[in-house]
Design a protein around this ligand. Structure first.
Ligand code: GLC
Length: 433
């Protein structure tokens, strides 16, 4: 890439962040997603940090201003009314002062906070606000490790597919059979007004998403009981690896800011999580798989959730196997990393999380691979990501076989990840746990 091309892409990416900026938070894209989303915001903060560090911290602070008293950080904050999205605040009815959804999303904040602080141009000036954020992130981790791991197994479960951030992944098909789809209030989807229905989750899936929502609402969003009352309880290696990595990073950040207790607690969480993650390894697939907590069996679905595991400091041999698997997958897919194994008959190149490639996933996986010393694989992913952008613009996600852009356009976190990839990746060892 020439310096001119580099500058052009960086300029376009920053422009998208500015266009989707609503002052103190950013919408993922106009139309399809008109509110603040949890992990979108944290990853978007990385993008802002490239040209406006204060705005980066504000993005995360706004999200954490809506943390629940029990420590949960909701997956959506409905800052203003918008008819264009379903299910809106009138469906969730969580009773929060500013309406929010009632479930969470991957806890990537510990990682992004550390990364932004590491690069901070004036650490002393930012220390107090970062310290306040560190305390809130710690409370979120504590929430996840108790409410979503009530028996202290070391791994947290998601209780709704939306919590994984991979809404309609093939991973959920089997456990979803236990979730009824009947008896829910009539509704009209809005996502299909903005995006091609053939690329979106199906009606059957939506019925079940809503059944779970209504079920949790009937129990007043009481996280003390929801885990055990949910017919859907899945341990996702991706969600857990992100949490583990965030615990490790939060510990390092807390140490730097003189919060020794927070550092200790998070190091212990990461250690316990890493040991427990082994339970999800599948020798047959050469990657991690999801575990159905209601049956205690692994789910036979080789998805990218099991590859995101490399974002945590997993054993070297596991990381090596994941790197090798991605290079195998690259023989079938022109653009990596697809969200599902293309060799599996259920792979669907255009349907959201059932095959397409997503830049945020590419970023997490390549960062983990680089930290594990697999720079060549990380570089393959980075190159693929930038090719997708050159070919199809800043889309929500891409068909990994053709590179066709899909879903919403001018997408915020895609732009933020481009700014990260343009920095050239970060082959840096993980702080020891
Ligand atoms: C979809 C994605 C989720 C993301 C949200 C907003 O629901 O599956 O990961 O946070 O859109 O971009």
């Amino acid at each position: 890439m020439t310096p001119n091309e580099h500058a052009r892409l960086a300029g376009q990416a920053s422009q998208i962040l500015r266009e989707n900026d609503r002052g103190a938070y950013t919408v993922p894209t106009k139309g399809l997603y008109p509110f603040q989303w949890n992990w979108d915001s944290c990853l978007t903060a990385l993008g802002f940090a490239a040209f406006d560090e204060d705005r980066a911290w504000r993005e995360m602070e706004t999200l954490f201003a809506h943390q629940w008293p029990d420590g949960m950080v909701p997956h959506i904050v409905f800052h203003q009314e918008d008819e264009g999205y379903f299910p809106g605040p009138d469906v969730w009815r969580t009773g929060r002062p500013v309406p929010t959804s009632g479930i969470t999303q991957p806890a990537v904040a510990g990682f992004t906070a550390r990364r932004i602080y590491e690069r901070s141009k004036d650490k002393a000036a930012n220390a107090a606000r970062v310290r306040a954020l560190v305390e809130k992130i710690d409370r979120w981790h504590a929430f996840l490790c108790s409410a979503r791991d009530p028996r202290g197994e070391g791994l947290v479960a998601i209780i709704h597919p939306w919590e994984s951030g991979r809404d309609n992944a093939i991973d959920w098909d089997e456990p979803f059979q236990r979730v009824p789809g009947e008896g829910i209030a009539p509704y009209r989807r809005r996502d299909v007004d903005h995006a091609d229905p053939a690329h979106r989750p199906t009606k059957e899936q939506y019925d079940r998403y809503l059944w779970l929502l209504e079920h949790f609402r009937r129990h007043d969003w009481n996280n003390g009981v929801l885990h055990d009352l949910s017919p859907f309880r899945v341990v996702d290696p991706g969600f857990n690896a992100i949490l583990i990595r965030s615990c490790t990073d939060l510990a390092a950040l807390a140490d730097e800011l003189g919060a020794a207790d927070i550092a200790r607690a998070n190091r212990a969480r990461a250690e316990k999580g890493l040991a427990a993650l082994e339970r999800l390894w599948s020798e047959r697939h050469g990657q991690y798989l999801c575990l159905d907590r209601t049956t205690d069996g692994l789910i036979d679905s080789p998805s990218v959730g099991g590859l995101i595991a490399v974002f945590a400091a997993i054993p070297e041999a596991r990381a090596g196997a994941i790197g090798a698997r991605i290079m195998e997958i690259a023989k079938r897919c022109r653009y990596v990393v697809p969200s599902h194994d293309p060799a599996d008959s259920r792979f669907d190149a255009k349907r959201y999380w059932r095959g397409p490639a997503w830049l945020i996933v590419n970023y997490l996986v390549s960062d983990g691979l680089a930290a594990a010393g697999m720079d060549a694989v990380a570089e393959t992913i980075r190159a693929s990501s930038l090719q997708l952008i050159e070919k199809g613009g800043f889309a929500e996600y891409y068909d990994p076989l053709t590179g066709e852009p899909c879903g919403g356009g001018q997408f915020t976190w895609t732009a933020a990840m481009v700014l990260e990839f343009l920095r050239g990746g970060e082959a840096r060892a993980l702080a020891p746990v």
